[in-house]
Design a binder for this molecule. Sequence first.
Ligand code: KDG
Ligand code: MG
Length: 402
Amino acid sequence: MKIIDCQVFVSCPGRNFVTLKLTTDNGLVGWGDATLNGRELAVASYLRDHLCPLLIGREVMNTEDTWQYFYKGAYWRRGPVTMTAIGAIDVALWDLKGKALDTPVYNLLGGRSRDRLLVYTHAQGQDLDDTLTAVATAQAAGYRAIRVQSGVPGLGKIYGIGSGDAYEPVSKGVRPEEETWRTEPYLRFVPELFAAVRKEFGPDLLLLHDSHHRLTPIEAARLAQDLEPYHLFWLEDTVPAEHQASFRLIREKTVTPLAVGEVFNTLHDCQQLVSEQLIDYLRMTVSHGGGLTPMMKIAHFAEPYHVKTGCHGPSDISPIALAACLHFGTAVNNFGIQEYMGYADATEAAFSHDYSFGDGYLHVGDAPGLGIEFDEATANAQPYAPAYLPVNRLEDGTMFDW
Ligand code: KDG
Ligand code: MG
């Protein structure tokens, strides 16, 4: 079974997505997600101009060899653009393998390790009261694990606080919006926020928080200590993720569980974090981590170090990528939790899927392959429009982490 056609769609059903379609000589179609928020066209070009021509004529079943061919064969390894492009191909090939063998992808990855996947969703508000209402709404919708983000008194618009249901922010247009940040009010407010959430919702609700790479190691240690009484499920992305040794300092100072890795693309980004047991959850996601082929290896590597998966699953990766995460999470033993924000109606209309949400869990379906189809006509009627994540500066104008 060989690839005879490779097409890349850049469209905006609800938000910008890059979707890969592979067609085989026996008429099967496989789907991959190549979306990299704010850098969509770079991945589309990498696929169209460099990888698709080399894919024509390749054997679908040889996922390991094809992955190595694109990873090693480029000479220029790693990086989000490269790894997202390779990831889209790898996921589409696994989708095809499942369809050809008439079985869900998780069966090809080791079979079911669980019946359903625990998910966390987002609750956010402009202030504390608003945020408590958002947590109550998420709990009423059935979620058992909730990421809580709130506006901070004294600060303007900050990460995690948006409008609309399927929030993950973009500034429409050719330039990103700019936000302004001060760390001290944030560090003072977040423990107050979680004290209020625990008081209102009791001990059972699983609570998460994302600092979005804005702290120094010593600030992260302070926040993690101050949050200890509220028993978070995890504290995410405290410090910029590049310097793995930073986590030693944080880890020594706290028992708050730590998660990081949504910006990672390979095992090399997290090898030290995992092997020194500096984190509890690895946030690398299937589409940005080069696909199912490397992610299975990474999960198996992390398992003996007690590091669990916690795949990034915002609304800016498409339902194809989410489906890939669900098949991965169904198969590996050390699954931890899956992020799930839901999608805008326009996104749901373009991607049909057989996974479903119920009772705090996502349930993966039994359709062959990933169980997902992309409606090209619906999606392509909504053309790509440039959109960017915001950027962030300190009050004196210094460029800072967003
Ligand atoms: O595109 C970037 C977003 O996906 C990111 O800001 C979301 O931090 C995020 C999360 O945890 O979902
Ligand atoms: Mg995050």
